[in-house]
Each structure stands twice: as structure tokens, then as C-alpha cells.
Design a protein around this ligand. Structure first.
Ligand code: HEM
Length: 429
């Protein structure tokens, strides 16, 4: 008998998931692998089974976290939401959720539109045509500026924080000691920032941002209390979750847009089709190079008609669920008009469903529309095979996206709505 394959599988170096996912999905039953921590686990691949694991308390994140050393060098404390179960998970999630509701994101939209235009002004410098790296100049700085404003992180610290996050979000290439030292610096940075927020509040000038609200959260209700360590970890966790995912996803959306030149034409003529196109881009592209979150099975269960005993570890793969032919017709085809796209699980499912999904959607829609309005011609400046994919990182994407552009004759500039102030919203909003 051959040994189970090592998991995670090597990334494809493309927007698509690893080729091996195709075979494990078509086998239909949970697939045995060996995790990089050395433990045996079962990959859960079908849409029905993936949503079953993500939606059922018998599959425990905290149980796995207690059992195993982390798959990679990062401390599990650095991902306080993803590795926790109720009640800790619910308490932490409840503290953050009000900043990311659909209503709050609607209020943020004018500001997002203004930020997108500002960045494109900087990128083009008023020229009629040119070449630029969209990752360095737009797709990453855009969500970075947004999350810095939402959290209350000074923008001038962005470059330093990105360098630290590149170390923390690497799956290889850095020693455990280096990752631990980076994590400690990140924690110190956020601890100092939280202290500043508290001082400003004590002086009667509290900032209107998420870190201030977390730092000042009333602690008279022990059920809801966040420790100082939790506030610090949630701060750095939200920074990473906020720009690293969206920035890289945005880069992959642009790769898909450039691969399908008629799509840009269609979307310019029918901007109302951008939201559905973004959903298909999310379904089609693979963002998580490490597969998915391992869960400990706490009671005997059944997945895909196979018994799965308590004590086993299962890893639900949203990328295979997104290509399950039982749910998506012709799943390996990129089809911006597919009627079944709403079933995708690119933002996860169940209790850990992405907290920033509405914000991410708004950023991707606004970012793509801004590119389409600004540029009449937008094309890769290098052959696509030369793109450098983030194979050694948790999050898939490209390191650079060199493009050639020609500005549209009439650029829209800052949209009229951009001047509207963002209404302040309290933690209960
Ligand atoms: C295209 C962009 C994004 C994608 C594809 C994405 C995807 C995901 C996925 C798949 C999960 C679930 C992971 C799991 O099951 O453990 C998740 C969780 C999460 N995401 Fe996102 N995300 C994006 C953007 C954002 C943004 C902009 C934010 C914050 C501003 C954010 C904050 C979070 C948080 C806090 C969680 C943890 C939720 C929990 O465990 O309860 N994400 N995201």
C-alpha cells in the first residue's frame, strides 16, 4: 500500500487550484493524506460534505488546535478567530462584526470609490499611457488603505507592516525563530497602538475606528469581555485578513479580466454585470495555498456516505467544493454569466464565514470598475507564463502584475459621491 500523499499539495502557479484537487474531488469519498504536521487526515472535497463540516459543531477547530502543533510556523494565537470554537469564537466575532455589516459597507462605498481614484491618479501620474505594476500600485495598496482606515492604523506604517506580514504569511522560507520574532514585533506594534487609542480617548479625543472601539469595549459583562491580548491579536489578525486576501484576490481577478479581453468590453457597456462577474472570479480562483482549516471530529459522523470516526482530523476544501460538478455546471469553465454562482463557498461557510465578505465584494467591484473606467487599453506587459506566483505563501496570487495601459479619453476622476463623509457608527451599529 502506498503512503498517503503529503498535504498541502504544491500550488498550481495559476489562479486555478492544485491539479491534484481534480483527482481527489472525482474520487468523491474523503481522501487520506498526511498533514505537514505529520498527522493523518482526510480531505473533504464535495460541496455537500464541505458545507456539512463547516456547519456542524461535531467538527472542532479548537479541538484540532489543542491536539496539534500548527501546520506552519505561525502561532495559533495569531489567528484567534479561525482556530476557535464557541463560546470564545462567538464572543470575539461579535466584537468585530458591527464594523463589517452590509449597512456599514454601504456607508463606506463612497470613500472606497475615492480611494480607488486617488490610487489610480498616483499610478498614472496624469500620463496618457504607460506601464506599471498593478500589484504594487493598486490591487494591494487599495485594500491596505481601506483596512488601515477602518482599523485606525497609520497609513505611513503600511510598508513596514506589509514586510512583516510577508514573513508571517509565508509557508516556507523563514525559520520558526524568525516568524516568532516577527509575530512578537507585530504584537508590540499593536499593543502600542491600542495604548495610544486609549490615551486619546482618556484625553477626550477618541478616534472613530475599530481598534478604538475594541480597546474601549466595556468589560463589565464577563461574557463579552475581550482581554488585552485578544484586542492586540484581533488587531493584527484583521489587518492581515483585510488586505492580504483581498489584495491577492484582486490581482487574480485582474489576471482573469486580462485573459478575457471581450469581458472588459462587456463590463464597460454593462457595469451592472460586475458584481456577478466578481462572484465567478471568486469561485474560479484558488486563494488558499494551504487548502483549508483542519477540524477534529468530536463524535462519530458520516461524510460522503463514509463513516468518519471521532478522533480523526478532516480538512474541508472550499476550492474543490467550488468545482463540484454536482453543484456547478461545467465547473472548470470560467463563465461570468453562470446562473449557479451564488452557491460558491469562496468566503467559507457557516460559523467561520468570512467576516469581511461584504467589504471584500465592495472593494473588488469598485476596484474593477475603476480600472475599466480609467483605462481604454489594459494588457499584460509580459507574457503570462512569466508571472511570478506566490507559491510559498498562505495566500495565492502574483507578486507583480506588469501592465501596459492607455487612459480612456474621458476619465471620470473622483466620483461625485466621494466627498460625502463616512457617518460614524458605534459598536452596536
Ligand atoms: C476576496 C477577499 C476575501 C476572501 C476570498 C476571504 C475568504 C475568507 C474565508 C474562506 C474565510 C473562512 C476561513 C475559515 O473557514 O477559517 C474567511 C474568514 C475571515 N475573513 Fe475573509 N476573505 C476576504 C476578505 C476579507 C476581508 C476584507 C476581511 C476584513 C476586513 C476579512 C476578514 C475575515 C475574518 C475576520 C475571518 C475569520 C472569521 C471567523 O473565523 O469567524 N476577510 N475569509
Amino acid at each position: 500500500m502506498t503512503d498517503p500523499a503529503r498535504f498541502p499539495f504544491p500550488p498550481a502557479g495559476d489562479v486555478r487550484p492544485p491539479d491534484a484537487y481534480h483527482d481527489v474531488l472525482h474520487a468523491r469519498a474523503p481522501h487520506p493524506v498526511q498533514l505537514s504536521s505529520g498527522q493523518p487526515a482526510l480531505l473533504v472535497t464535495r460541496h455537500e460534505d464541505v458545507t456539512a463540516v463547516l456547519g456542524d459543531d461535531r467538527f472542532s477547530r479548537a479541538g484540532y488546535t489543542e491536539l496539534a502543533r500548527p501546520l506552519f510556523a505561525r502561532k495559533t494565537e495569531s489567528v484567534l478567530l479561525a482556530t476557535a470554537d464557541a463560546p470564545d469564537h462567538t464572543r470575539r466575532r461579535r466584537a468585530i462584526l458591527p464594523a463589517f455589516t452590509a449597512r456599514q459597507v454601504r456607508l463606506l462605498r463612497p470613500r472606497l470609490e475615492a480611494l480607488a481614484e486617488e490610487l489610480l491618479d498616483e499610478l498614472t501620474g496624469g500620463a496618457a499611457s504607460g506601464e506599471a505594476d498593478l500589484v504594487g500600485g493598486f490591487t494591494v495598496p487599495f485594500p491596505m488603505r481601506v483596512i488601515c482606515e477602518v482599523l485606525g492604523v497609520p497609513l505611513e506604517d503600511g510598508a513596514m507592516l506589509r514586510a512583516e506580514v510577508d514573513i508571517l504569511m509565508s509557508t516556507s522560507g523563514h525559520t520558526r525563530e524568525k516568524v516568532a520574532a516577527t509575530q512578537a514585533r507585530m504584537d508590540d506594534y499593536f499593543a502600542a497602538l491600542v495604548a495610544d487609542k486609549r490615551r486619546a480617548a482618556a484625553a477626550g479625543t477618541p478616534a472613530d475606528d475599530l481598534l478604538t472601539r475594541l480597546a474601549l469595549r466595556p468589560d463589565d459583562d464577563p461574557e463579552q469581555r475581550l482581554s488585552d491580548r485578544e484586542v492586540v491579536s484581533l488587531g493584527s489578525g484583521m489587518l492581515m485578513a483585510g488586505y492580504e486576501t483581498t489584495g491577492n484576490s484582486f490581482g487574480m481577478c485582474v489576471v482573469l479580466l486580462l485573459r478575457h479581453p471581450t469581458l472588459a468590453k462587456t463590463l464597460r457597456e454593462h457595469p451592472e454585470r460586475v458584481p456577478a462577474t466578481v462572484e465567478e472570479m471568486l469561485r474560479f480562483s484558488s486563494l488558499n495555498n494551504t487548502g483549508g482549516a483542519p477540524h477534529l471530529v468530536t463524535e462519530d459522523a458520516e461524510l460522503g456516505g463514509c463513516p468518519v470516526a471521532a478522533g480523526r482530523i478532516v480538512v474541508p476544501l472550499t476550492d474543490t467544493a467550488n468545482r463540484d460538478p454536482a453543484v456547478f455546471t461545467d465547473p472548470d469553465t470560467f463563465d461570468p454569466e453562470r446562473p449557479d454562482v451564488a452557491s460558491h463557498v469562496a468566503f467559507g461557510y457557516g460559523r467561520h464565514l468570512c467576516l469581511g465578505a461584504e467589504l471584500a465584494r465592495a472593494e473588488l467591484q469598485i476596484g474593477i470598475l475603476a480600472l475599466l473606467r480609467r483605462f481604454e487599453v489594459l494588457e499584460l506587459a509580459v507574457p503570462e507564463e512569466e508571472l511570478d506566483w506566490r507559491r510559498t505563501m498562505f495566500i495565492n496570487g502574483v507578486w507583480q502584475l506588469p501592465v501596459r495601459w492607455t487612459a480612456a479619453t474621458v476619465t471620470t476622476g473622483t466620483p461625485a459621491t466621494a466627498a460625502a463623509p463616512v457617518p460614524a457608527e458605534g459598536p452596536q451599529g
